[in-house]
Design a protein around this ligand. Structure first.
Ligand SMILES: [Zn+2]
Length: 447
């Protein structure tokens, strides 16, 4: 009878529904030891997620050494799946068990490695498991490809920002995305765009926006109804696109640097991608002056617009600047001290890590851990939201003079802060003079 038995258990953290927590594995193994009359010397626990992925399993290695040196003369596992899912590893385990001659018991009890029959069965099981895994893999990828070609949306862990899980458009998020494309094409910096994302939304994973996350969202072909499979375009999506293909392509060209940001940058045109066409509702872009015409804003067919409206830039900019300056004189917002909460956020993230560690270390049951970690995550979310708000507020807090003397990028951000829409209505045929009555300005708050 073995007198120095090892118990091996493995945690799979990411599978909440598995219900085979390491605590239960361990308990079942210890009960089995008692029934068999074996003396357990040590419990070996690995935190690795899977036994088939190439993740280091230090405790497994240590246990194998102890078994091969004879320090341990028996082993109890829940079942062979917990031990290893790699056929090669199973082979070397069986070889070791034959050579070192230790006793083995598994709670599931279907394989007895102590007999030749049992060992054959174990090998057989390993081979079948691998074949099965490969076959499922092939089937899954074949089906995935077919779905892609039919334009059925891709499923992911999180819903895509701008869409629900079922690829229905989420209006305010989609509007944000549409707006971001327009701004990229107009040459606005990702930093400025990201700041607005931070102020209005968290990511679908409840995280904070960074320039790279915003860029990734915009690079998503699904936004233009393009279905890709393994990086290749394979079809047209069955879902509603957020932007036309031409807009998507234009923005990608800006990202790749193959085209200059379209007409001539937001730093030359105050209202590029802010002013909207009063007929079709698409944003207008600035266009540089040329021999026959002064600088103007145009509704562009190449970016989804109707192409029917244009307006001279200079008088329109002047009109909007005056309006906002007057508005600021009246409201004169106070400058807010920024507390971006960074220290508190870091401390909160640390707190969550500690909880997760406590859970991995078996100091907490799942029933205790889940509500606790949810509460802490809520707190973190709130801190991040407040932080984004504080940053956004400071970015636009300015007085009338500062606004008029500020650079274009600051002015654009202030305009966005106070005005929700600037619509350029059609002027009569041959109208030469700028008429501010044809500009509809909608303010965010009542003046
Ligand atoms: Zn239009």
């Amino acid at each position: 009878m073995p007198s120095s038995v090892a118990v091996y258990a493995r945690i799979s953290l990411d599978r909440d529904n598995e219900q085979l927590g390491v605590a239960r594995q361990q308990q079942d193994c210890l009960e089995l030891a008692q029934r068999l009359g074996w003396t357990v010397a040590e419990v070996y626990i690995d935190n690795s997620i899977s036994a088939s992925k190439d993740i280091l399993r230090p405790e497994y290695e240590r246990m194998m050494e102890d078994l091969s040196s004879g320090k341990r003369d028996g082993l109890i596992v829940y079942d062979l799946d917990r031990l290893t899912r790699k056929p090669a590893e199973l082979e070397s385990f069986i070889a070791l068990s034959e050579k070192a001659g230790f006793a083995l018991a598994n709670v599931a009890g279907d394989v007895d490695l102590n007999t030749a029959n049992g060992r054959m069965l174990a090998r057989f099981k390993g081979a079948i498991a691998r074949q099965e895994a490969e076959r499922i893999g092939e089937r899954v990828s074949r089906a995935a490809k077919q779905r892609a070609e039919k334009g059925i949306p891709q499923k992911a862990k999180h819903r895509p920002f701008g869409y629900t899980v079922d690829y229905e458009i989420v209006p305010d998020e989609a509007e944000m995305i549409r707006n971001a494309y327009a701004r990229v094409i107009a040459g606005e910096s990702l930093t400025a765009i990201t700041r607005d994302f931070q102020a209005k939304f968290s990511t679908v994973a409840n995280g904070r926006w960074y320039r790279q996350t915003v860029k990734k969202i915009l690079q998503r072909p699904a936004n233009a109804g393009i279905r890709v499979y393994k990086g290749e375009e394979v079809g047209v999506g069955t879902w509603e696109a957020i932007v036309p293909r031409s807009t998507y392509d234009a923005a990608m060209e800006v990202f790749q640097g193959t085209s200059k940001p379209m007409p001539d940058l937001a730093n030359k045109h105050l209202l590029s991608a802010i002013a909207k066409c009063g007929l079709c509702g698409f944003v207008m872009y600035g266009r540089r002056p040329n021999k026959s015409s002064k600088a103007k804003y145009v509704c562009m067919t190449t970016h989804g617009g109707c192409g029917k409206i244009a307006r001279a830039q200079e008088p329109l900019d002047g009109y909007i600047l005056r309006l906002v300056a007057e508005y600021l004189k009246r409201v004169a917002p106070t400058v807010v001290e920024v507390d971006d909460n960074q220290d508190k956020i870091v401390a909160q993230q640390q707190r969550i890590k500690e909880l997760q560690q406590a859970y991995s270390d078996e100091l907490l049951s799942m029933a205790d851990f889940m509500p606790m970690v949810n509460i802490e995550r809520e707190k973190l979310k709130k801190l991040q939201k407040d932080s984004a708000k504080a940053v956004a507020t400071t970015a636009v807090t300015t007085k009338s003079d500062e606004f008029l003397n500020g650079n274009l990028s600051k002015q654009r951000s202030v305009i966005r802060r106070y005005i929700s829409e600037i619509a350029v209505m059609p002027a009569g045929r041959g109208a030469r003079k700028f008429d501010h009555n044809l500009i509809e300005v909608i303010w965010k708050e009542a003046r």
